[in-house]
Design a protein around this ligand. Sequence first.
Ligand code: PLP
Length: 379
Amino acid sequence: MDLIYLDNAATTRMEPEVLEAMLPYLKDQYGNPSAIYSLAAKSRSAVDLARRQAAALIHADPSEIFFTSGGSEADNWALEAAEACAKRGSHIVTTKVEHHAVLNTCRYLEERGVKVTYLNVDENGLVDPADVEAAITDQTVLVSVMTANNEIGTIEPIAEIGSICRKHGVFFHTDAVQAFGHIPIDVKEMKIDLLSASAHKLGGPKGVGLLYIKKGLKIRSLIRGGAQERGRRAGTENVPGIVGFGRACKIAAGTLEERARYERKLRDLAIGRLEGEISGVTLSGDRTRRLPNNIHVCIKGAEGQVMLILLDQRGICASGGSACTSGSLDPSHVLTAIGVPEDLATCSIRLTLSHENTETDINQAVDAIKEIVLQLREN
Ligand SMILES: *Cc1c(COP(=O)(O)O)cnc(C)c1O
């Protein structure tokens, strides 16, 4: 039985070309980039190339890219650093639909005296830029709004929020982990000061990410130690991981439009069939301001966890929404925020595609969901 992998928001298969690019740095090119011999220089220049490749994808300068251990570290860093450079008792504005890497860091900062405003979103998961502006006070140091939601795929009005933050002299951070390499991002045009990304969400390896820090912005280190990453992020560089990340960025830069077009076609095929052929299906998230690869539906009377197990038995990998909340039966904070009633929220399923999926994958997955829903409703 061939696997049908439809959980690309949780992680992606590494691009074959990425693995090839990494292999030398896992084998003979093992030099520490900080050393002075030529073996080290090779590692150093490989990291520099990756930095240029990552920067190019978001129209940043390579000097503005700081490699981290992943998206979570980048989110922690952005929020903690912004807080630290302001006085105690400062204020952060974020939303109710952020990833837990942002939300739990906000909770931690609240325990340390920071005030946090969690903005509501509308029924499609959209943040209203006017709400952002209204929430900014003279205490506000940072606004953090994700570029695209990892559960329901909604793409937020980042450029509008960026302009508001710039106008008020407030730092703007965006968790772009789901968007980076999937939809176009221009940090200058969108007036982004801090941006988080993660390699394993775009065909790169796990355990490597980045924080873009706008030039001139002085934020303190999260990981203290050596002088790596221009003194901003200590620890010997994950050279193979960074090389793989860079290659994944390069591939994304060249294929983004074409892959997005293809994924949108498959996405809309799946949404059309699910809505058209199964009763009691509601699409979550915005229909048009939506990641090209995201399908998220609630299906009345079909318990999500049970559906996932039955799909797995047919070789189909899907998700209930967030990898971080699966295992717990609490309804997702995102579905709660968009007003989905609790009983319906546990009946949700997320399919996230990649360019590797085919129309046959989609049709088989929809057929399987149809059968499973009928079966569950009979019982
Ligand atoms: C996956 C994800 C993260 C965490 O990234 P890691 O590299 O797994 O730490 C953060 N934010 C969003 C929106 C994500 O989808």
